[in-house]
Ligand binder design. Structure first.
Ligand code: GLU
Length: 486
């Protein structure tokens, strides 16, 4: 197999997007399988959308997910620089070449002029587009304006009457009519290249063999193919990945979805769960496997298994994966590993009693879906709790519940704080006093934890500790007295 070179080319415009990670693993897999390289190029030529910290967030997100790369990014490499803003001279040189070969021209149309053009076209019921007014301008006039230093852009001279087509590795045969393509701006008024010019030059110079990118770029590809033709370069193979969608088929977006890689880290998802989840977005394992890691994905990924329709971004599935990988981690490495991850990830409050971790984890770990659930599942083990009178009285009346609390407290005061003793005391009480089990246990659970759903009651009471449990029972009695008085 000939070695393939692939890339992702993120624009540093905000968060590190989960879609970038998704495309990264496919690009990485395709390159690595062939013994080639996968690189990161930073497309930072759109200065109006540039966000300084965005680039480091991309590296942080990919690193957290364990997505490695061979060149570019912060590593550099033989085709440096990998930031488009450091390559402006290169783009100008090639734009000059296009001007000389007649594939590009200067355009001096002002913003106002273009706006007017658009309005007139809309008024005439036409599709708004650049009308080509500088396409065949008098060279003397152009030179005069250049000499005067008039603001201008450089546009691609899109040939008329052509059909531009390619065999897309995911979508099959795709074709566009050149008459529907605007004379694309290549160099903007600020001297920066547009994405279209820069991406073609860089993919060529960086020897990218396969361009695998999102479907939103599909209508740009004919422009790129024209540029390859204009330069006399062999174009790469193209593949356009489908757009990731919501259940209602809308595109996932910053507004509607959580699309930031790092927010998944911060919510306590495990990187291996996120990787497994995104690997199966729009792609299926050749053996139908649902569980596999990045190394395996890299070995078996192929574009012929990528679907054309947009995969659904189903975070319930991600939750399922996270639960799965958490349990797997505990099975393989034990609960202390989970404890370590919780502490390292900052999911444990600063005043959490770490000495109780060993006792608490066995009681709750099966209910953790993501690491951030830990706080909510464990706060009553150590934080002050205030039970609600309404919950204490859920299935019993005031008199009964007050009596139950008093008696239980009295008995618990006298016993050594051992699990068997706690259980025996409470069960015996329940039986001899003929309490209704479900009511009595619920009432105790609420009094001791403030919640109606907790891990097993006796174990929980034991971990909370005798003094605390007695204090909480006392507190519950007080709350009921106050409720009675009002
Ligand atoms: N800079 C583009 C982006 O932000 C890259 C598109 C491409 O891969 O060609 O998605």
């Amino acid at each position: 197999m000939t070695k393939k070179r692939t890339r992702i080319a993120p624009s540093p415009t905000g968060i590190a997007h989960i879609g970038t990670a998704w495309q990264a693993i496919f690009n990485l897999g395709i390159a690595r399988q062939s013994g080639g390289q996968f690189l990161i190029r930073i497309e930072d030529t759109d200065r109006s959308r540039f966000v300084p910290e965005a680039e480091s967030l991309i590296y942080e997100g990919l690193k957290w997910l364990g997505i490695d790369y061979d060149e570019g990014g912060i590593k550099g490499g033989p085709f440096a620089p990998y930031h488009q803003s450091d390559r402006l001279d290169i783009y100008h040189k090639y734009a000059q070449q296009l001007l000389e070969s007649g594939w590009a021209y200067y355009c001096f149309a002002t913003k106002q002029e273009l706006e007017q053009m658009r309005k007139d076209q809309v008024a005439r019921g036409e599709l708004p587009r650049y009308d080509g007014r500088w396409r065949d301008a008098d060279p003397a006039e152009v030179q005069k304006r250049l000499d005067e230093g008039q603001p201008h852009v450089i546009r691609l001279k899109v040939p008329h009457g052509r059909t531009i087509s390619w065999e897309d590795q995911i979508r099959g045969h795709v074709e566009f009519q050149s008459d529907l393509i605007d004379d694309q701006v290549l160099i903007k008024g600020d001297g920066f290249p547009t994405y279209h010019l820069a991406v073609v030059i860089d993919d060529h110079l960086m020897e990218i063999s396969d361009v695998l990118r999102g479907e939103e770029w599909i209508s740009s590809t004919p422009k790129h193919l024209l540029l390859y033709e204009a330069f006399g370069w062999e174009p790469p193979r193209f593949a356009h990945m489908p757009l990731i969608r919501n259940r209602d088929k809308s595109k996932i977006s910053k507004r509607k979805n959580d699309v930031s890689i790092l927010s998944y880290r911060d919510k306590g998802y495990l990187p291996e769960a996120v990787i497994n989840f995104i690997a199966l977005l729009g792609w299926s394992h050749p053996e139908g496997k649902e569980i596999f890691d990045l190394d395996e994905f890299i070995k078996v990924v192929s574009l012929d298994r990528v679907q054309k329709t947009g995969p659904i971004f189903d975070t319930d599935k991600l939750d399922w994966y996270n639960g799965y990988y958490l349990r797997k981690m505990v099975e393989e490495k034990g609960l202390p590993e989970l404890g370590k991850r919780l502490v390292a990830g900052g999911f444990v409050a600063p005043d959490f009693p770490l000495e109780k971790m060993e006792q608490i984890l066995p009681l709750i770990y099966e209910r953790i879906v993501k690491l951030s659930d830990f706080a909510e599942l464990t706060d009553f083990f150590w934080k002050d709790i205030v039970p609600e009178a309404r919950l204490l009285l859920k299935k019993g009346d005031l008199e009964l519940v007050q009596g139950q609390l008093q008696i239980t407290k009295g008995f618990l005061e006298t016993i050594p704080w051992e699990l068997a003793k706690i259980e025996d005391t409470i069960r015996t009480l329940c039986e001899t006093k003929s309490y209704k089990k479900s009511q009595y246990f619920m009432m105790l659970r609420v009094a001791v934890t403030g919640k109606t759903a907790t891990p097993p009651l006796f174990e929980t009471m034991q971990v909370i500790g005798k003094d605390q449990v007695l204090a909480r029972l006392e507190h519950a009695i007080k709350i009921l007295k106050e409720a009675d008085a009002t």
